[in-house]
Design a protein around this ligand. Structure first.
Ligand code: M6R
Length: 616
């Protein structure tokens, strides 16, 4: 939820740190800070955005060849300057500076112990205990790497940290456990960051640290030790990866917002995700890993675990998996599942869906499912090196490219594409997919990028609707069948970035309560594809119409539904059968985007949110 960047190089690293922070800002953006070693340890911190910090740094003309920086999403302590990272310990002979992403669960016990040992606390954060603990351990182990190793051994919870100390002015120590952190190996120095995007400006050579790793970065080298398990930390080698990402992939280009860019990238993102099947005549379980066929053959039901938008993707997949593959499919919100006592089925395949692969609740739910006896798991994820991908037995990587806007868009449609492949694979292995049907479905997938391109063309009409929506305080979203989760996704998008209260209902449920909310001030958005439920939906829309509700309907070209007073229609170019939920997502994303644009909200960084939710 926070972004970390560190650099030690031959030249001034301040611009690199600030650019890195700027690119990590999607991870949290309520305060930002930087610590530099130039003579002694100095820091600048500010509430607000990285731009504020940059201004401060430029005013003071801060320069250094070594430093760490942080952009924060507050967990412990309000977003105030004193709670902003880096946190310091010391003030006597030397000082320690720490930046941290995650939560230290035993911080209260450590706080007490360190306070008893004479350390004075000046913030409300859990992070400050790390700085004091390292300072304490430096008395016993004067080497900074060793002191950090001893300190992390005492930490419980998920974290990634970067540390500097005055008597070791040539090095940065970093460590991770449950939160992402990677090293970047440059020509003129070495770097660390929460995410590749921060370091592409200086290098493409990355090392993904493993859980329990502690690394020492110097200008001309690095070493990594693993502190996992009992016993002393051991020096380890980690593979160096050449990142294939380009700088452009993490830049906005001609778009006004990352969200807009990502909405318009969907045809390409879906095509990339489906690349392996677009030229094929049949579908292979190997798409999900070498063990997939064996595991899928033992699979008797599916359990999907996810949060937010990824959960909505799971809900759509339930309709597909049940009707096409004939398998029972349960979909659970990960944060709820992990604290229930569900009855486990060892031969249910557990599917974790996550854009980031870092979401703490999804990771914990997956581990919990395993602890309950579920034998096999599959990760559907957009980040190859993420914890989720490492944790699961099977994996399918969506190829959406980096998604920077907090509101998830292309990650969702690529997840749906992946889930359709899963559905088809399971169906085929269960003898429920004829060769002919398989070919038809592959053809539909092949057409999907073009169909998405057509779906994007409704933008001008959606913009006109957005003007009316921006005046509203509430909205209802309706759908039926596999489009009900799409209504949920549309409502989530709208509330997330425009701050308009929006709720989704299965249209048939309206008369059981929510209809009471309908009046002329309540816009009601409905998804009306030309499917078997259209006539049922039309009756539900009549119920709204009859009560003076204003209806905004996304129909298909051939949906038999007419415009009238109070009933506005935008028609999608075509009906896409089972893939219809993917297409109907697009206008809802555009609606949320344009309403937010009208309202002037911070679209890519909506208030109170962050992109990766690495805490409970
Ligand atoms: O990275 P994940 O897919 O696990 O994230 C799950 C949710 O936090 C995420 O989808 C969130 O709901 C989005 N901001 C919605 O746009």
């Amino acid at each position: 939820m926070c972004g970390i960047v560190g650099a030690v190089a031959q030249n001034n690293i301040v611009p690199t740190l600030l650019e890195g922070l700027h690119r990590l800002e999607y991870r949290g953006y309520d305060s930002a800070g930087i610590a530099l070693l130039n003579g002694g340890l100095n820091r600048l911190r500010t509430t607000g955005r990285v731009a504020e910090l940059s201004k401060l740094v430029n005013e003071r003309q801060f320069q250094s060849k070594i430093g760490i920086a942080h952009t924060r999403w507050a967990t412990h302590g309000a977003p105030s300057e004193r709670n902003t990272h880096p946190h310091f310990s010391g003030g006597g002979v030397s000082k320690v500076a720490v930046v941290h992403n995650g939560i230290i669960e035993n911080h209260e016990a450590l706080h007490q112990r360190l306070q008893d040992a004479g350390f004075e606390f000046v913030s409300d954060t859990d992070t400050e205990v790390i700085a004091h603990l390292i300072m304490l351990n430096l008395e016993k182990a004067p080497d900074l790497l060793e002191a950090v190793c001893r300190s992390v051994a005492e930490l419980q919870g998920a974290y990634a940290i970067a540390v500097m100390e005055e008597t070791h002015p040539d090095r940065i120590i970093v460590s991770r456990n449950g939160a992402p952190l990677l090293l970047g190996l440059g020509e003129d120095g070495n770097y660390a960051a929460s995410d590749v995007s921060a370091l592409l400006q200086v290098t493409k050579r990355m090392i993904y640290l493993e859980e329990g790793d502690v690394a020492e970065l110097r200008r001309d080298g690095y070493r990594i030790v693993s502190c996992l398990g009992a016993g002393p930390c051991k020096e380890v080698e980690r593979a160096v990866h050449e990142s294939k990402l380009t700088n452009e992939a993490v830049e906005m280009g001609p778009y006004a917002h990352f969200m807009q860019k990502e909405i318009f990238e969907q045809p390409g993102a879906v095509a990339n995700t489906l690349e392996m099947v677009l030229n094929a005549h049949s579908i292979s379980p190997r798409l999900f890993g070498s063990e997939a066929e064996n595991i899928f053959k033992q699979t008797k039901s599916i359990l999907i675990l996810a949060c937010g938008t990824s959960y909505h993707a799971g809900l759509v997949a339930r309709y597909w998996i049940e009707s096409v593959a004939g398998l029972t499919c349960n979909v659970e919100i990960a944060s709820e599942y992990r604290y229930r006592d569900p009855v486990s089925q060892s031969n249910a395949l557990v599917v974790g869906i996550s854009q980031s692969g870092e979401t703490a609740d999804t990771l914990a739910a997956l581990s919990y499912a395993k602890s309950l006896g579920h034998r096999h798991s599959l990760a559907i994820c957009n980040v190859a090196e993420s914890a989720l991908v490492r944790q699961a037995d099977l994996r399918f990587l969506t190829r959406a490219g980096p998604e920077i806007g907090v509101a998830s868009t292309k990650a969702f449609t690529t997840q749906l594409a992946a889930l359709m492949l899963l559905t088809m694979t399971l169906s085929k292995l269960r003898g429920k997919l004829s060769d002919e049907r398989e070919l038809e479905m592959i053809a539909a997938l092949r057409h999907l990028p073009v169909a998405l391109q057509h779906a994007l063309q409704v933008e001008t009409q959606v913009k006109a609707w957005a003007e009316r929506f921006s005046q509203k305080r509430h909205a209802l979203f309706l759908g039926r069948g596999m489009h009900y989760p799409i209504a949920m996704e549309g409502a989530l998008k709208l509330k997330e970035i425009s701050y308009i209260h929006a709720e989704a209902y299965p249209a048939g449920e309206l008369k059981h309560g929510p209809l009471a909310l309908v009046d002329k001030d309540m816009p009601v958005v409905a998804i009306a594809p030309n499917d078997a439920l259209l006539e049922k939906l039309k009756s539900n829309l009549q119920e709204v119409h009859a009560r003076g509700g204003e209806l905004y309907v996304f129909a298909d070209a051939d949906s038999r539904i007419q415009e009238s007073e109070g009933l506005h229609i935008i028609r999608m170019a075509e009906h896409a059968g089972l893939l219809s939920p993917i297409l109907h997502t697009v206008p809802l994303q555009l609606l949320a985007y344009h309403v937010a644009l009208q309202k002037g909200t911070d679209i890519d960084k909506p208030r109170n949110l962050a992109k990766s939710v690495t805490v409970e």
